[in-house]
Design a protein around this ligand. Structure first.
Ligand SMILES: [Fe+2]
Ligand SMILES: [Fe+2]
Length: 180
């Protein structure tokens, strides 16, 4: 199997294990962009973070990278609702996500840093570990793709960058056992 293919497969496989986590699934109720739920968005961010790390040969704690990415938007509300306290979503949701995640999961310092800094430069203080930088970049990238794909109604973009990876992850999930 080609090297590139192998990295994709490994990412699909490793993420498929998390697909069974009912806590993460709570994010399915909230829309990120277009038809994409926050849950799917987090799976995509984790997937692209993994690829980016491998592509750039960045030394990372891989499991913490994945877990941090999966939880980076664990804020659990609909930011499109026009309530007053949602107005500062861009600035505040990282801290809300961190607070929620701490209630439901045991987090390492790296995982906390990933969640806390994923909106940098809005957070002013930059990320202090490689894992948080990677997730910051992957999140910016896929958020842009999600927005553009829906604005332009580009089914090709949607297919290539969003639907295909998600289908692969779900496909693997059907084959793997629950571990968490
Ligand atoms: Fe976010
Ligand atoms: Fe995000």
């Amino acid at each position: 199997m080609e090297m590139k293919q192998k990295v994709h497969q490994e990412a699909f496989y490793r993420l498929s294990i998390y697909v069974k986590d009912t806590r993460l699934k709570q994010m399915e109720c909230y829309v990120q962009h277009g038809d994409i739920s926050t849950y799917e968005h987090c799976l995509l961010v984790a997937y692209y973070s993994f690829l980016l790390m491998r592509k750039l040969h960045v030394r990372c704690n891989e499991e913490e990278l994945l877990r941090g990415a999966l939880l980076h938007d664990y804020y659990l509300y609909d930011w499109h609702e026009k309530e007053r306290w949602h107005r500062w979503h861009g600035f505040r949701h990282a801290n809300i996500a961190l607070k929620n995640a701490l209630q439901d999961f045991q987090l390492t310092p790296i995982e906390k840093e990933i969640i806390r800094k994923h909106m940098w430069p809005l957070t002013v203080i930059p990320p202090t570990c490689r894992e948080a930088w990677i997730v910051n970049i992957a999140d910016t990238f896929i958020s842009l793709i999600e927005t553009i794909a829906y604005r332009r109604r580009s089914s090709r973009m949607l297919e290539k960058w969003i639907l295909q990876p998600l289908l692969e992850i779900y496909g693997y999930a059907a084959l793997t056992k629950k571990r968490f």
